[in-house]
Design a protein around this ligand. Structure first.
Ligand code: AFP
Length: 327
């Protein structure tokens, strides 16, 4: 039986989306991203051996101190697409401006967080790479949720997993390190409607909106029928927390607070790509009140509150934000 490759899966999805003519181009881009993920996986696994743990010395536009792996991961992604005939520019967490490629007239824009979960680099914790390819807007403006043609993540955990969607469902591939080949281990990623875990930085919960605190109390109250109290699972890398939600159900949220009035996470290369994938896997993504994919980024590094995971869990979160109660 011939193995389904990431490119093959994406091409068939894109074709399903009526983008037959572009299917091969989009498939090629996702294969290139998976190849960059493979190279990053190698750097991540060998970081302590190659002196690539610790800080690089600079900071990115969001003021985060850059880890050496942030810089290495960013360079690997930029190198992979610098000469691409299909990508005009790269919007990266690590670069102030969108980085033009050698083909600024090309049809797509790549948005990426090369190393998600940088606080985990020196403690051997899970990390990720987040990506989306969007149709370039003729006005040069930031692509919107509706412009995304393919998106996904690479998770660097005990195994290396690439989850991807081109708009007709979602699938995940596991890296067979011995053959340096991606094997489709999850032909159809289907996020369960409900879960019994939640992921959030509770360290800030005292500063949250009273309705959100009421939601937290609800999750932590005992009720056998609804599997409460839910368990807290927070890894420090959104990609890893989301992967759990897509496999077992659950919810991840990063709300606004007095320090992060627009939330902490960046729309272009964290929220929108993962919202696209989550919806294609049957889950939901919101900013707490509306569909995340409808939120427009005013700039490359604009932030947004993010709530994503099991559809019914996100529904309940929004209901609490509106009423302060479960209904
Ligand atoms: P970094 O990549 O800058 O470490 O941020 C990780 C992240 O964007 C997301 O992956 C985590 O869930 C969240 O931020 C962690 O943020 P806190 O440290 O504020 O909880």
């Amino acid at each position: 039986m011939t193995e389904v490759t990431i490119g093959g899966y994406v091409a068939s999805s894109a074709a399903l989306q009526g983008a037959a003519g572009r299917a091969q181009a989009i498939a090629g881009l996702c294969e290139q991203m998976a190849a960059a993920g493979l190279a990053i996986a190698r750097e991540v696994r060998r970081a302590a051996l190659t002196g690539r743990t610790g800080y690089a010395g600079g900071a990115n536009v969001s003021g985060d101190r850059q880890k050496k792996l942030d810089v290495v991961g960013n360079a690997l992604v930029l190198d992979a697409f610098r000469k691409s005939q299909h990508v005009a520019a790269i919007v990266s967490e690590e670069d102030v401006q969108a980085v033009p490629t050698e083909h600024p007239e090309a049809p797509y824009v790549l948005s990426t967080d090369p190393i998600d979960g940088s606080s985990n680099t020196d403690i051997d914790g899970p990390l990720g790479t987040i990506f989306s390819f969007s149709t370039r807007r003729p006005d040069g403006g930031m692509p919107r949720g509706g412009d995304i043609v393919a998106a996904g993540y690479v998770l660097y955990g005990p195994s290396t997993i690439c989850a991807v969607s081109a708009g007709a469902g979602a699938a995940a591939f596991t890296l067979d390190e011995e053959r340096s080949a991606w094997v489709r281990t999850h032909p159809e990623l289907r996020c369960p409607e409900r879960g019994s875990t939640f992921s959030a930085n509770l360290g800030r919960s005292r500063e949250w909106h009273p309705h959100l605190r009421a939601y937290l109390d609800h999750l932590m109250a005992s009720d056998k029928e609804t599997k409460r109290p839910y368990s807290l699972r927070y890894i420090g890398a959104l990609v890893a927390d989301l992967h759990r939600c897509l496999i077992e159900g659950g919810i991840y949220f990063y709300p606004p607070d007095p320090k992060n009035t627009q939330g902490k996470l960046r729309l272009m290369y964290e929220c929108l790509p993962l919202a696209f994938l989550t919806e294609q896997a049957g889950g939901r993504a919101s900013d707490g009140t509306r569909r995340l994919l409808d939120v427009e980024a005013a700039s490359a590094h604009a932030r947004s509150p993010l709530v994503l995971g099991s559809a019914k869990e996100v529904d309940l979160y929004e209901t609490f934000m509106k009423t302060g109660r479960p209904a």
